[in-house]
Design a protein around this ligand. Structure first.
Ligand SMILES: C[S@@+](CC[C@H](N)C(=O)[O-])C[C@H]1O[C@@H](n2cnc3c(N)ncnc32)[C@H](O)[C@@H]1O
Length: 356
């Protein structure tokens, strides 16, 4: 009969991280591994698989997309973000942190291409972080919930019925409080609402109730089974925290790459979208964030930060240039159009600030 050791014991025996062991198990690189509850167990006499890492070849890249549409999502900017990654990523730099993870566009792109020893994500939206953890730990049950909702939604033959269904799901979501028993259903409702609401928004009222209206989608993909399964595998071993971004200081060290994508500073008083949660992110927060950026830099972490460029509306507004004067402040083409005056339509700039 096979004798087993835990992932922790295998990590110690092979002198690699526990996360690496979990990835090797998930990738079927170790024969006869098994799951005990949520934990991998490994045959005691299993051989350490060869290190086929550094960067994974693009051909075999296990690409995945964000599982939600998210305000400020970075999918469109991925090519330019990737061009600006620090050298040595996945080799000398073996840890990755994203303290404002949102939909995680860069997270999934990096997990597909690099092997990190440790990965950390954080967001102060509790429901979002719950969805990440449920996808990782209970993907099968989540898919069942989503597949049911998808077939119910699609079986309705007109938009009025779909609308009624949407508002009933929204009501259920707002009534259920998040706990151990409800977490899978809540994650499923969270994804369902994101796929069927107006424009994939996440907005809550003062009481914390989700209040985005129906999006009038005829036939959205509510359950993207293949993508969810890929994501679930990619998230094995990732540390997920529902908390404020300052917590990243407990994770980052000199071998860490940190990507910071906070709520953008509004370009003008009315263009601000800062309602991901009940709280706002104002200039005082941007200043505090710049202080944390400095602290991470002192630790030796490589840090890249995105934000809006105030020069789009006021060339004399040097808010970020002043805050980040010690670092490289780049102006890159954003994929979105400016939404104020007609004559200013077209591509606008965004900031990319690097300390390397
Ligand atoms: C611009 S979005 C990130 C978008 C993400 N890069 C993507 O590709 O989807 C900013 C995220 O920061 C989160 N957030 C806002 N304030 C925060 C705070 N104080 N600490 C941690 N996360 C925060 C929001 O919930 C939101 O998900």
């Amino acid at each position: 009969m096979l004798q087993y050791i835990t992932a922790k014991e295998a990590a110690e025996k092979w002198n690699i991280s526990q996360r690496r062991v979990s990835i090797l198990c998930a990738e079927n690189r170790i024969p006869d591994v098994a799951m005990l509850g949520n934990m991998w167990i490994i045959p005691r006499d299993a051989k350490k698989p060869e290190d086929a890492r550094k960067t994974k070849s693009r051909k075999s890249a296990n690409t995945a997309r964000p599982f939600v549409k998210w305000a400020g999502g970075k999918t469109q900017l991925l090519p330019i973000l990737k061009e600006n990654l620090p050298e040595n990523l996945g080799e000398g730099i073996k840890k990755y942190a994203e303290p404002f993870v949102g939909g995680g566009a860069l997270l999934f792109a990096l997990l597909a291409e690099y092997s990190f020893d440790e990965v950390y994500i954080c967001d102060n939206n509790r429901e979002l972080i719950n969805a990440y953890t449920v996808i990782r730990d209970f993907c099968g049950e989540l898919i069942q919930h989503l597949a049911n909702m998808q077939s119910e939604y699609k079986s309705m033959d007109n938009l009025d019925k779909k609308q009624e269904y949407y508002y009933a799901r929204r009501e259920r979501y707002n009534t259920l409080s998040l706990n151990e028993e409800t977490k899978i259903e809540k994650a499923a409702l969270f994804i369902f609402l994101n796929k069927t609401c107006f424009n994939g928004l996440y907005r809550v009222n003062k009481k914390g109730n989700y209040n985005v209206p129906f999006g009038k989608h005829e036939s959205p993909t509510i359950c993207d089974t293949e993508n969810l399964l890929k994501i679930s595998e990619m998230l094995v071993g990732v540390t997920m925290r529902f908390c404020d971004y300052h917590d990243v200081l407990n994770f980052a060290d000199a071998d860490t790459f940190v990507y910071i994508d906070p709520p953008y500073r509004p370009l003008n008083a009315t263009s601000g979208f800062t309602s991901y949660t009940e709280e706002q992110f104002d200039d005082t927060d941007q200043i505090e964030l710049a202080r944390l950026y400095g602290e991470l830099s002192e630790i030796g972490a490589r840090v890249m930060l995105s934000n809006s460029d105030p020069h789009n509306v006021d060339e004399n507004d040097s808010f970020f240039d002043d805050l980040y004067s010690e670092y490289t402040v780049m102006r890159i083409d954003a994929s979105r159009a400016i939404n104020s005056k007609g004559n200013k339509r077209g591509k606008i700039k965004e900031l990319l600030i690097k300390n390397y």
